[in-house]
Design a protein. Structure first.
Length: 119
């Protein structure tokens, strides 16, 4: 009887951990550096081909990369994070369906018109 109670208690306390595990492997992007912009991806499929797109004010920058055997990658862009003229957001889409997005800078956080001499 004691063994059944102990087993039941262990099962109940481990169940929330098992449910949380998939969230920790969900694809995600993280900023490693803002100037120049360096992004780290995690949670992608092993060796999955990934297209990373950075949205700027009037253009997009695209890099193709391949995730490592554990589903991570690092990619560098020759731009900086800036709401007015630099990188604003990034998206990574893998050929296997993995997808992650991140907002780098919101345009309404700064008044771009106040910058003098900006391109």
């Amino acid at each position: 009887m004691r063994g059944i109670v102990l087993f039941t208690l262990l099962g109940v306390s481990i169940a929330p951990l098992a449910q949380a595990a998939p969230d920790s492997t969900r694809p995600a992007l993280q900023v490693l550096d803002k100037a120049p912009l360096v992004l780290r991806g995690r949670g992608f499929g092993p060796a999955e081909r990934v297209r990373v797109t950075v949205v700027k004010a009037h253009t997009q920058l695209v890099r193709q990369t391949r995730a490592s055997g554990v589903g991570t990658f690092v990619v560098r862009f020759d731009t900086v994070v800036d709401a007015c003229y630099g990188a604003r957001a990034a998206t990574a889409v893998g050929v296997g369906g993995s997808k992650a997005s991140i907002v780098l800078e919101r345009p309404w956080q700064r008044h771009c018109g106040e910058l003098s001499g900006a391109p």
